[in-house]
Ligand binder design. Structure first.
Ligand code: SAH
Length: 225
């Protein structure tokens, strides 16, 4: 390992500890105080510094979002960890992600499940993250450019769906594309947003749970983008 790699590994380890501590602080809201060991392992494995733009390299392992261009951001590590954890992913799951952005959350998911489908509206961001994920050898990802509000009907249903931009309401197509027993995590709202966990029970009934207030970029629609 080069000195740079060693620094990055140490910084990443400190980030993981900070994320774990933040999870403990969140018990009253989230109801769980520890992240699954598989989520922790994925945070340890994925080199977040390669997903932030070079000008933000020094912040790559801080528990903060960072600008990735096109008015978009790479999400805060704690939020990535929390959303991933709340999906209760199994290794054989098929997952849909709306809002590929930098590809960091995609990479985390790729470590945890069999197959990841990811949609990004902004074509240059889709091209950049697609290239990076391929270079890094994440091979169980299918990526497309388009409006993720509509989901990915051809490959539905999904065991889990994660939305990383905020729509004004829970997108109906995404609920429809959730498998029975599946989970959808989505930030909903405008200036004020709530992270919402949607569970589709085996009998197809829907249960919603508000988790915490969050601050995501808005989910834009194809015709307005
Ligand atoms: N998970 C990403 C988050 C990026 S920010 C990361 O951590 O890097 C949210 C992303 O959602 C942006 O890249 C934005 O372009 C994208 N987005 C916004 N509206 C969208 C839509 N309707 N369909 C797909 N992607 C969308």
């Amino acid at each position: 390992m080069t000195a740079m790699d060693e620094n990055m590994t140490a910084a990443r380890e400190a980030m993981v500890r900070e994320v774990e501590q933040r999870m403990v602080d969140m018990v009253p809201w989230v109801g769980r105080s520890v992240l699954s060991p598989r989520v922790i392992a994925a945070l340890r494995d994925v080199p977040r510094h390669l997903f932030v733009p070079p000008e933000h390299l020094s912040e790559a392992y801080l528990n903060r979002p960072a600008a990735i261009g096109y008015q978009q951001t790479i999400s805060q590590p704690f939020i990535v960890a929390l959303m991933t954890d709340l999906l209760d992913l199994d290794p054989d799951d098929k997952v849909l992600e709306v809002g590929t952005g930098s590809g960091y959350q995609t990479a985390i998911l790729s470590r945890l499940v069999a197959q990841v489908f990811t949609i990004e509206l902004c074509a240059p961001l889709a091209a950049r993250s697609g290239r990076l994920l391929q270079q890094l050898g994440f091979s169980n990802i299918v990526a497309r450019t388009g409006d993720g509000y509509l989901g990915w009907p051809e490959d539905a249903p999904f065991d889990a769906i994660i939305v990383t931009a905020a729509p004004p309401e829970i997108p109906e197509p995404l609920i429809a594309q959730l498998a029975p027993g599946g989970r959808l995590i989505v930030p909903v709202g405008g200036i004020s947003q709530q992270l919402i966990l949607v569970e589709k029970k085996r009998d197809q009934s829907i249960v919603l749970r508000e988790i915490i207030p969050v601050c995501f970029v808005p989910l834009t629609r194809q015709d307005t983008a």
